[in-house]
Design a protein around this ligand. Structure first.
Ligand SMILES: O=C(O)CCC(=O)C(=O)O
Length: 224
């Protein structure tokens, strides 16, 4: 069953890479320096079969109750620059920007995907944060997923659908930055010291007119 969703080969990218971005006239290259070993970040390119990825993308865009939340930034209420949705087991409410967000129960169409992501990563997940970037104006700022509720050294498996977008990492203590291009069907697994040592972001891409959806599967410490 799970094999029906997943492509035959997957690639784990470590070390040196030079790649041209597929959009924009500007020549923009991704350079991963050879001396940097990112063993806590594993990129499985085109992990989902193309036809399944496309069907999942369409169903997620049209069939989920996306919400635009308000967050507090420097004491001021602002709309988040993306839509999102928190899905999970009943006891996985999580606290974000001073508010508890209750999970929506797992829709049945996501259960095979959850199993496949668990099998690939070797980890169990009880929740997933979905982000919907309507176009290149929507973005995610620099942060680490290091909330207490995710425990020590969390494993986070991030699936991308829709238009390709750049995904950046910057080291918290050294002047180092890495960049991945996340395309439809890619699975990026962050684990080990990733959240301790790095911040990540999805920057604006103003020429991008198409949407992107991202699923970050997580294990959230169950509420009492
Ligand atoms: O959209 C993405 O790829 C990143 C999402 C993210 O950083 C997060 O949910 O913490």
């Amino acid at each position: 069953m799970l094999q029906a969703l997943i492509s035959g080969s997957s690639v784990s990218k470590l070390g040196a890479k030079l790649k041209q971005h597929p959009y924009g006239n500007r020549l923009s290259y991704v350079v991963l320096a050879e001396d940097i070993k990112l063993e806590d970040i594993v990129h499985h390119q085109r992990w989902l079969k193309a036809e399944y990825a496309e069907a999942l993308y369409r169903q997620s865009l049209s069939g989920l109750p996306w919400q635009q939340h308000t967050i507090k930034l420097f004491g001021k209420a602002c709309l988040e620059p993306r839509l999102s949705l928190w899905i999970g087991d009943a006891n996985t409410a999580y606290r974000y920007s001073g508010e508890w967000r209750k999970p929506m129960p797992w829709p049945s169409f996501l259960l095979p995907l959850k199993l496949a992501v668990q099998q690939k990563s070797g980890h169990q997940f009880n929740s997933v944060l979905l982000n919907y970037y309507r176009d290149g104006h929507d973005y995610m700022g620099w942060h680490s997923d290091n909330e207490k509720q995710l425990g020590k050294h969390p494993v986070i498996a991030s699936l991308s659908l829709g238009h390709a977008r750049r995904f950046l990492f910057r080291n918290k203590s050294k002047d180092q930055q890495h960049e991945y291009l996340l395309e439809q069907g890619d699975l990026l697994v962050m684990k080990g010291l990733c959240q301790d040592q790095w911040q990540h972001s999805l920057p604006k891409a103003l020429r991008v007119k198409q949407p992107r959806i991202n699923f970050t599967f997580r294990y959230t410490m169950p509420n009492d």
